[in-house]
Design a protein around this ligand. Structure first.
Ligand code: AMP
Ligand code: MG
Length: 404
């Protein structure tokens, strides 16, 4: 059986083969959070656009502002002012943070290192050339690329785009991810289930995961475990960029997803991964579209989405595949797991003040236990070769990105 890392590589390889660049669309900067750029953004001028003072203080010639020297303050420069002419010659100019350092001055002395008496300013330290001056274009030159296609627009990227006046961005259209739940026992969550029926939680939790991964969920509703209905609804799903199915991929008599997909021409790249929960996860290409069959038990559905579907959404957005963001923490309690599978256990991590996180696996009743996931703020990752792990061992976790 392949490992989760091999399965992720297979997904990356197959999605890489799809080639077609994502459709681009124009997005207002104010709406662009989380979107992926489809076109580079360049600097519309130098940054900073002028030699900029990094401090409140005095613009000087460094050679004149030596320790103990006194210079005459002959004016001030506020942020936004056109800087006046400056010749030095025993003078200085008061200057504010963000103001333009006048030509002729070669340093700014922090106000904290001066003493002022009327217009006489005394300097208490040696002054270095360029001190507290951020020189024109040292952050970016006019025309230089400041954000590359494929960048994800986080808050810093939004600030960068705003700085260079990119009010409208060319972004990739988020991949549309069809979600189809399956199973005879499943009823819509707003409905009262019969005594042996189950409300559909996967369709909405998957939609939330799709949104968190910056895709657009397309809810296809539900299919019962009948070939004809599955085929019909899968066909609808294959119109979108990615199709997700929940349930119907295990070994039961009514687990029909794989056989229906096969009839529809699917080529399977894996149908089991050495992970727990989530072992029966399926990945196929069908009629040119990536299809994921995720096991129906809710915790399995959640784990397999994060491991295999999230990277597919990244790649279809024209963004690099985000790595699994492992964080190393200390195991708080002894752990015993079966060998042979990588476990992704619902777990809770705490950070004692300024210390390394301490994690404990939660008690759970297996992969149907949504309540355990609600207590969890991370998955504890237990490598397949581990069996008895003593408290105090350093272990990797993956944070639940939506709640931490
Ligand atoms: P399956 O993978 O089809 O064998 O489903 C395994 C178990 O997961 C089922 O017995 C249900 O308890 C549960 N399950 C399947 N689909 C859903 C769903 N859409 N929402 C909540 N639970 C589900
Ligand atoms: Mg089922």
């Amino acid at each position: 059986m392949i490992s989760y890392a091999q399965a992720r590589s297979i997904v990356a390889e197959q999605l890489g083969k799809l080639q077609a660049a994502p459709t681009a669309e124009t997005v207002a900067l104010s709406e662009a959070h989380g979107r992926v750029l489809a076109r580079d953004i360049t600097a519309d001028r130098d940054y900073p656009p002028f030699d900029r003072s990094a401090r409140d203080g005095y613009a000087v010639r460094a050679a004149e502002a030596v320790a103990g020297a006194t210079l005459l303050c002959v004016g001030e420069i506020k942020a936004g002012d056109v800087p006046p002419a400056f010749s030095g010659d025993g003078t200085c100019l008061q200057i504010m943070t963000g103001a333009a350092v006048p030509p002729g001055a070669d340093a700014v002395v922090m106000i904290e290192y001066t003493q002022r008496n009327g217009n006489a300013v005394q300097f208490s330290r040696t002054t270095e050339i360029s001190q507290n001056v951020i020189s024109q274009a040292c952050e970016a030159k006019h025309g230089q690329i400041v954000l590359r296609a494929g960048s994800r627009m986080g808050y810093a990227e939004i600030a960068q785009a705003a700085q260079v006046g990119a009010a409208q961005l060319t972004c990739a259209r988020p991949p549309r991810v069809a979600i189809l739940s399956t199973g005879d026992e499943i009823v819509p969550y707003a409905q009262t289930p019969g005594p042996f029926q189950i409300r559909n939680s996967n369709a909405v939790s998957l939609a939330a995961q799709v949104r968190a991964a910056a895709g657009t969920p397309v809810l296809l509703g539900h299919a019962v475990d009948r070939e004809a209905e599955l085929q019909e609804k899968i066909s609808l799903g294959l119109r979108e960029d990615i199709l997700l199915l929940s349930g119907g991929v295990s070994m039961g008599k009514y687990d029909l997803v794989e056989s229906v997909l096969r009839e529809m021409g699917a080529k399977f790249f894996f149908d089991a991964v050495a992970i727990r929960p989530g072992k029966p996860a399926v990945f196929a290409m069908c009629q040119g579209k990536p299809v994921f069959g995720l096991p129906g038990n809710p915790v399995s559905t959640m784990v397999t989405f994060e491991l295999f579907v999230a990277p597919a959404i990244d790649l279809l957005s024209g963004a690099p595949m985000r790595p699994l963001p492992f964080v190393e923490v200390i195991l708080g309690e002894d752990l015993h797991e079966k060998r042979g599978m990588t476990h992704f256990l619902p777990a809770h991590v705490e950070w004692p003040a300024n210390a390394v996180g301490k994690v404990r696996a939660l008690r759970w009743q297996g992969s149907g236990d949504i309540g355990a996931m609600v207590q969890a703020n991370c998955f504890l990752v237990v490598a397949p070769e581990l069996e008895h792990v003593p408290a105090g061992t350093r272990m990797p976790i993956i944070l639940r990105r939506d709640v931490v």
